[in-house]
Design a protein around this ligand. Structure first.
Ligand code: PAF
Length: 277
């Protein structure tokens, strides 16, 4: 496995590769990331994992500075998982000058996560487009844990006619159901036990909808109140159409319930798709 830090070295290393897959990450890898690698590995002759904590997608009061940076441990995991190339540039390599050209995604960037994290998806789309240009992969995989991110990036590839297949991957969960996330490492042991409540509320909503309940507002409000009463600060619990996260209609049969809520200092997000017959 090659660990590469510059675009020049990367281009040399990939010059003769015909079938490259990219797994973009911000590092601090967990079983969810390793699953992404396992899923695309059989489809690529050369698997590149990028590790870059992208300042552009963090708001001024967010956790950019304390985001865990664990390159050595990440490389050990990647070697074991069969990764061929790790691209771990520093900030100057990705942003040698202030990034004045940015990717401005569709209206989707302003709802849900975008409403609470203004500019977040512009930062994500900009760095992912740069990584695509640097690596020039034939396919790239994104976890559905970040459901809105996956949709924004899928749209970017379609609208900008990029010759890259975007592969979605299912969320990987701990045995109690908590979605794996690098930010789970911020949770104290007590918070870690409580953290499962977000998934439980999303699961209850999913079950209620599968059983025919279509009072979406009431379901969203009751889950929000439940979490807030336990000390969470909930940004949203939202039942949306899987199609661009539009407001869900009662005759919509491909739904997704998404939630974002803060437990202590940690903001957790999760979602569950709901397929109705
Ligand atoms: O999902 C992430 O880890 C990041 O948003 C990504 C896609 C690597 C862009 O920085």
């Amino acid at each position: 496995m090659d660990v590469i830090t510059t675009v020049e070295q990367l281009r040399k290393r990939l010059a003769n590769e015909k079938n490259v897959a990219l797994v973009p990450t911000m590092g601090n890898l967990h079983a969810g990331h390793i699953q992404l690698i396992k899923e695309v590995k059989p489809r690529a002759a050369c698997l590149v994992t990028s590790i870059f904590v992208n300042r552009l997608q963090f708001g001024p009061s967010e956790d950019f500075n304390r985001y865990p940076r664990t390159l050595e441990a990440d490389c050990a995991h990647l070697l074991q998982a069969g990764c061929d190339v790790v691209f771990a540039p520093d900030e100057k390599e990705i942003y040698p000058t202030a990034q004045e050209y940015t990717v401005d995604p569709s209206e989707l960037q302003h709802v849900l996560e975008g409403a609470f994290r203004p500019g977040h998806f512009r930062g994500v789309a900009t760095v992912v487009l740069k990584l695509f240009n640097m690596v020039q992969p034939q396919l790239a995989i994104f976890g559905k844990k970040d459901y809105q991110q996956y949709l924004v990036l899928k749209d970017m590839v379609t609208q900008l006619a990029l010759p890259i297949e975007i592969v979605p991957a299912e969320t990987v969960r701990a045995t109690d159901g908590l979605a794996l996330s690098s930010r789970n490492s911020y949770l104290s042991p007590v918070e870690r036990e409580e953290a499962i409540q977000l998934y439980r509320q999303l699961s209850s909503i999913k079950q209620a909808i599968m059983e025919g309940n279509s009072d979406f507002n009431a379901l969203e409000t009751s889950a929000t109140n439940y979490l807030n009463a336990r000390g969470w600060q909930t940004d949203y619990i939202a039942i949306r159409s899987q199609d661009h996260l539009q407001e869900a209609q009662t005759n919509d049969n491909r739904l997704v319930v998404l939630g974002a809520s803060r437990l202590g200092k940690t903001r957790l997000i999760d979602n569950l798709e709901i397929e109705l017959r």
